[in-house]
Design a protein around this ligand. Structure first.
Ligand code: NAD
Length: 495
């Protein structure tokens, strides 16, 4: 299996750790088997990236030319859109429609950073002294370790690769061991687009061995990680040893606040999408629904009715509305949260178990699940479930809505539904979350920063800040007419 990409070539893993089966979560069938890299492969990949950074030309290539490469990748992504969307569906279980949206989003992100990179040449500082030129220039950080999760494999990796390349870095990519396929495709498109040797390297394998070896490697300057909170803490601790730059995009426990004056049908419709798109395996999923008491009962009843009507199936079938969970282990984890919620007194309104259709029996499916009468001390209200489970809490007034919405260790995203613009603006201002949607849920834009407050992470992806994550700012101070300053008294000897 030549499926690691190191120093400009597809190579086999040097270690003999055996391969890893990639499963289709729809029916647990094996899609393919990929390499399981070891520390030696990581070392080879990081060393190639180091050489390409120190001795290669990428860092010094004009930003406009780096942008041309990114634009070429965007073209290739669109050329292969259908293939990549199918691959993502087979690998993650998500629907084709979601896979296509991911490819389009990623295309836009490559285009955005292609343009941004050469539109910013730093800045000149006004020193007030015509004999001095002071400039701030941006330079790449160096070798980047980019580690992505399984829920949006192509998208999360691309949010790192595009700005890292635009800024002139070199890199080693590691997708989740559960979902490596579209990252392998992305690397082949980067190769086709002409990325210079060693600038992009790919290793495959688990987190504890391969991911940790990347983070610890002395030649890595920056670690950008998207994944769970527990892993994020470990990565931060490991990176601290080398005083590396760290960017962390972690989990969320995102409030979706619905006031009584919101359009009822639209708010229910979006609440379903917020909670159940990609079976709730979305870091920004609206997993905590917080509804005003006067509409609460009616809202919960309608939400439950419509959750029960969601069509589960094969993501490749265009009529499927929701696919399976990513793995048997992950489904078992979500099932434990469901059992615990019932034990803690939550009222099951919809779902709560596996579907009954025989054709779904081999896949890792769970019915969309709605819990009402939830309170802030319940485990599923506090912890990220990362599955098709929404908890509903009720609130009386604006102050209580804000208090509940902010009562979380996380702070990734949230939404507020109301037709009163002053209420929505006040609540949006008060929410301690990195993204707040008003009368909407889930959209993100390449131009707009994405990231979390609190334990949802450190740093931002997307937008201009997403580029800055991959750049050092350097101050160049030029004294045009140097002359002795005579700070110290000893004058030079005569003659
Ligand atoms: P995870 O933390 O288990 O794994 C993420 C990646 O880290 C994988 O590639 C894994 O192999 C690697 N990894 C695991 N242990 C490691 C270690 N010790 N050292 C280095 N790398 C290691 O997360 P997951 O289960 O793949 O993804 C789900 C999580 O990702 C959820 O918590 C979700 O909220 C989060 N997420 C966040 C965002 C965001 O934008 N904030 C986006 C998507 C997913």
């Amino acid at each position: 299996m030549r499926d690691l990409y190191i120093d400009g070539a597809w190579v086999e893993a040097t270690t003999t750790r055996g391969g890893r089966a990639v499963l289709n979560p729809y029916d647990a069938s094996t899609v393919t088997t990929v390499s399981e890299a070891g520390p030696d492969d990581v070392d080879a990949a990081v060393s190639a990236a180091r050489r390409a950074f120190d001795e290669g030309s990428w860092a010094a290539t004009p930003a406009r030319e780096r942008g041309d490469l990114l634009r070429k990748v965007a073209e290739l992504l669109q050329r292969d859109r259908e293939h990549i969307a199918r691959q993502e569906s087979i690998d993650t279980g998500k629907t084709l429609a979601e896979g296509r949206i991911d490819v389009d989003d990623v295309t836009n992100v490559f285009r955005y950073y292609a343009n941004l990179a050469d539109s910013d040449a730093g800045r000149v500082v006004d020193t007030g002294d015509p004999g001095v030129v002071s400039r701030i220039v941006h330079e790449p950080v160096g070798v980047c370790a980019l580690i992505a999760p399984w829920n949006y494999p192509l998208l999360q990796m691309s949010w790192k690769v595009a700005p890292a390349l635009a800024a002139g870095n070199t890199m080693v990519l590691k997708p989740s061991e559960l979902t490596p396929l579209t990252t392998m495709t992305l690397v082949s498109l980067l190769e086709e687009a002409g990325v210079p040797r060693g600038v992009v390297n790919l290793v495959l394998g688990d987190g504890a061995t391969v991911g940790a070896a990347m983070v610890r490697h002395d030649d890595v300057d920056l670690v950008s990680f998207t994944g769970g909170l527990a892993t994020g803490k470990k990565i931060m601790a490991m990176a601290a040893e080398g005083v590396k730059r760290v960017a962390l995009e972690l989990g969320g426990k995102n409030p979706n606040v619905v006031f009584a004056d919101a359009d009822f049908d639209t708010a229910v419709d979006y609440a379903l999408a917020a909670a159940f798109v990609h079976s709730g395996q979305v870091c920004s999923a609206g997993a905590r629904l917080i509804v005003q008491d006067t509409i609460h009962d009616e809202f919960v009843a309608e939400l439950g009715r419509r959750a029960d009507a969601i069509r589960l199936g094969n993501g490749l079938d265009e009529t499927t509305e929701c696919g399976p969970l990513v793995s048997a282990e992950h489904r078992a984890k979500v099932e434990r949260y469901i059992e615990r919620s019932i034990a803690e007194g939550a009222r099951l309104v919809a779902g709560g178990g596996r579907p009954s259709e025989p054709e779904l029996a081999n896949g890792f499916f769970l019915r969309p699940t709605v819990f009402a009468d939830c309170t802030r001390d319940m485990t599923a209200v506090r912890e990220e479930v990362f599955g098709p489970v929404v908890t509903v809490e009720r609130f009386h007034d604006e102050a209580e809505a804000i208090r509940l919405a902010n009562d979380t260790d996380y702070g990734l995203a949230g939404a507020v539904w109301t037709n009163d613009a002053s209420v929505s603006q006040r609540v949006a201002g008060a929410l301690r979350h990195g993204t707040v949607w008003i009368n909407d849920y889930h959209p993100y834009l390449p131009q707009a920063e994405w990231g979390g407050f609190g334990k949802s992470g450190i740093g931002r992806e997307l937008g201009p800040t997403g580029l800055d994550e991959y750049r050092e700012a350097k101050h160049i101070y030029h004294n045009i007419n140097p002359a002795p300053m005579r700070w110290f008294s000893g004058a030079p000897k005569e003659g």
